[in-house]
Design a protein around this ligand. Sequence first.
Ligand code: UDP
Length: 308
Amino acid sequence: MKTVLITGGAGFIGSHLCEFLLGKGYKVIAMDNVITGSLKNIEHLRGNENFTYMHHDVSKHTVVNENLDYVLHFASPASPVDYQKIPIQTLKVGSLGTHNTLGLALAKKAKYMLASTSEVYGDPLVNPQPESYWGNVNPVGIRGCYDEAKRFAEALTMAYHRIHKLDTKIVRIFNTYGPKMRKDDGRAVPNFITQALKNAPITVYGDGRQTRSFCYVSDLVEGIYSLMISNINDPVNIGNPEEHTILEFAELIKELTKSKSKIAFKQLPLDDPHVRCPDITKARKELKWEPKVELKTGIKKTIDSFKA
Ligand code: UDP
């Protein structure tokens, strides 16, 4: 039986990964300090004998008294509202947390995966974004704490791969949605669903013509797993390449909730990317992976989970 450490294991994506890997027969240790995650996300796993929870801030020295086969570093605030509230913790978990987990993986002779992000492409001048695009990031802007932490984390991961020959993977995660997202995390999907269910105004920032491409969480987790067990060491984009304007998303959520909400246009936050869409040619070719869940199906499941 292989053992996996998942930092951020009580977070939105981390907790889905815990569940998925337990299902695949792995022993799972979830580590979290629940700054943005929640123990509720893993409550149902705590009776499982192959599951352990460790309360720890991975930005501090990290000790695990068990053999590890994989270290998956998924701890980080990821919603713009969250990371702009706690930029220093965000920079620390991306830098010190990545250093600590890389060191741990090296000591345990474990394989390593870094959860990176489409934010490394910043406000992209190339659309869709292939992995070869270097990005357009404002290092001193309000998103810099997240973007630059993840860019540093990628550089450190590649340095451990090149210098220490650590078997490392980098997954660049694009916008993801699904059950277990925090209703108040400030991101588009939870905001729109919560507002629509209350018939409150749906807050669209700017003119709503900026684009995103949303991936349902079960698709994302399958992509992450394919990369985890692959021989690829370069970054791989995982996301859904179906691109829509934010206004289209708002209208869709309004329709699927049968809501009476009106659309309320609000000021566009600084440095909000104008477009975002993953080029998933590499994942399709090398992992034989592509998303399967249709947007409407995924949004309906998310709405149901929010209602419950
Ligand atoms: N957005 C919006 N209304 C909201 C929340 C977000 O119009 O209540 C917009 C936001 O400005 C961005 C897009 O939706 O253009 C996606 O935002 P999110 O916070 O989900 O993540 P991002 O992709 O910006 O990291």
